[in-house]
Design a protein around this ligand. Structure first.
Ligand code: A2P
Length: 282
């Protein structure tokens, strides 16, 4: 698996397996184990997905050395604020059954954000979190929070795919050496994306499927992708993207597919209200 280097010199596998919306107590366990068998070495979970314990069990049962697997998790906003965040980090470590997490993110940009970030910074200094980062941060939000951060985030995990290219955000993140991570890299199975003629033409040329063309393009853009699949064949296929290369003209053709319109706007107050209602523990 190819890796990217983060701004603190840690290496992150370029494609990770995302377990968003996969239930705990079985399905996440099965999916994670299947992903590890298929060759994934990077699992992306979150306290808010409520499936960290299944991820932890699958990693243990896989027989693969802990240090060979890159685990990302995220703090849910119910645990924001300095004191709560310290407990939230311990909770993730306990549920995953590990003594360190490779990458830990602040999941959503609301509440006592910088209080929570301070707790992440301390856990980073203590070595419990090997890298720390942010998620769903727009340029506006970055400008709001950056001066309150001592440790530079390693990544910003946002919606990203050929239809949602986040140009302005990428420029600002590049200037700060913060790598983008793509959630919904396949547009969450969006048919318009997966059946797009430009993408299908490239799929024919390279004997790959549309998903593989998209994930290859994301890789060549220097962005980490977190595709999700519960189908074993697609799961395998989604990391089988390192035996071909899109040329400069093809990369440009893919860039031309940008609509400039994310489906999720973190600055919409309705999203804050909606997400704040999710309580993951008492
Ligand atoms: P499935 O689980 O049946 O494979 P995203 O990662 O952007 O959220 O997209 C996930 C969705 O895309 C899931 O519905 C998944 O369905 C589907 N999917 C995953 N990989 C591929 C692929 N290579 N081609 C087409 N659809 C895919």
């Amino acid at each position: 698996m190819k890796t990217f280097e983060l701004n603190n010199k840690q290496h992150i596998p370029a494609v990770g397996f995302g377990v968003f919306m996969i239930p705990n107590d079985g399905p996440t366990y099965d999916a994670t184990l299947a992903a590890l068998k298929a060759g994934y070495r990077h699992i992306d979970t979150a306290a808010g997905y409520m499936n960290e314990s299944d991820v932890g069990k699958a990693i243990k049962d896989s027989g693969i050395d802990r240090q060979d697997i890159f685990i990302t998790s995220k703090l849910w906003l119910q645990d924001y604020g300095y004191e709560n965040a310290k407990k939230g980090i311990e909770n993730s470590l306990r549920l995953l059954g590990v003594d360190y997490i490779d990458l830990y993110l602040l999941h959503q940009p609301y509440g006592d954000y910088l209080g929570a970030w301070k707790a992440l910074e301390e856990a980073y200094e203590e070595g419990k979190l090997k890298s720390i980062g942010i998620s769903n941060i727009t340029v506006n939000l970055w400008n709001q929070f950056k001066d309150g951060m001592k440790v530079m985030p390693a990544v910003n995990q946002v919606e990203f795919n050929p239809f949602v290219q986040q140009r302005e955000l990428r420029k600002v993140m590049d200037e700060n050496h913060i790598l983008l991570e793509a959630w919904y890299p396949l547009g969450h199975g969006n048919k318009e994306l997966l059946e797009n003629p430009v993408i299908c033409e490239l799929a024919d040329k390279y004997h790959k499927n549309a998903g593989q063309i998209i994930l290859r393009w994301i890789y060549q853009e220097g962005v980490i992708s977190l595709p999700k699949s519960t189908n074993p064949e697609r799961m395998k296929g989604n990391i089988d993207i390192f035996d071909f290369e899109l040329n400069a003209q093809e990369m440009e053709k893919m860039r031309a597919l940008d609509t400039g319109k994310p489906t999720h706007n973190p600055e919409d107050p309705a999203n804050e209200v909606r997400l704040s209602q999710l309580k993951i523990h008492d």
